[in-house]
Design a protein around this ligand. Structure first.
Ligand SMILES: N[C@@H](CCC(=O)N[C@@H](CS)C(=O)NCC(=O)O)C(=O)O
Length: 213
């Protein structure tokens, strides 16, 4: 399949959801141009951006033919479908695909809320304004969820067996979990998976396992 050219990724590199796409592009060798948007770069409330993404959020991807897509997990699926159809990163077989997709959905539906609270409290909120009680509650919720993933990783190198989009969706948060200045329960299989992502995936080291800002 000839590589499709002209992909643009709109979004700042410090966004965990942008990181997912940059990591996938490195895994699959997908050529792209990244354009800063969101956070201190603004742009997301300008009419041209709102026409692509009415949520004023990053990432948004834009194809050379004008097609645009938001929601990072949808963009991951789309990029595999258009650049690497049949890839084990998003396996075509229904049961294998189900195993990957449920963890992608779990990241957005379950882990996203508590992890966002913990991360924003400790990294993006000035000390005097931190709601430490809310952060502690969210940390407890996050730890219970990470314990579920720790059990899932028993006997598996990656979340759904082989390396997949599930690892990309969840890998962005496990770096934050182990880097935040908090006390954590020992979850050795989770830690082993985090170490494996760093050891085996250059895209993870470059785009995800970086200082938190
Ligand atoms: N569910 C959306 C969430 C997008 C989102 O919340 N993005 C954050 C950055 S991770 C954002 O745009 N924040 C505002 C900004 O950067 O201006 C996705 O997965 O793409």
């Amino acid at each position: 399949m000839p590589m499709i050219q002209g992909l643009k990724i709109w979004g700042r590199t410090s966004s965990s959801n942008v990181m997912k796409l940059l990591w996938l592009c490195e895994e699959l060798g997908i050529p792209h141009e990244r354009i800063d948007a969101g956070g201190e770069f603004g742009r997301t409330r300008e009419p041209f951006y709102l026409a692509m993404n009415p949520n004023s959020r990053v990432p948004t991807i834009e194809e050379a033919d004008g097609y645009t897509l938001w929601e990072s997990n949808s963009a991951l699926r789309y990029l595999v479908a258009t650049r690497a159809p049949g890839s084990p990163l998003h396996p075509p077989a229904p049961k294998a695909r189900g195993d990957v997709e449920r963890w992608m959905d779990w990241q957005l539906a379950s882990l996203n809320g508590p992890m966002t609270t913990v991360f924003f409290t400790h990294v993006r909120t000035p000390e005097a304004q931190r709601d430490l009680a809310a952060a502690a509650k969210a940390q407890g919720e996050a730890e219970a969820l990470w314990s579920i993933l720790d059990r899932q990783l028993a006997g598996r190198d990656y979340v759904a067996g082989g390396f997949s989009l599930a690892d990309i969706c969840l890998g962005i948060y496990v770096h934050r979990w182990f880097s935040l200045p908090i006390e954590r329960a020992a979850l050795p299989r989770l830690r082993g998976w985090y170490d494996r992502l760093q050891a085996n995936h250059a895209g993870y080291r470059t785009h995800v396992a970086v200082p938190m800002v």
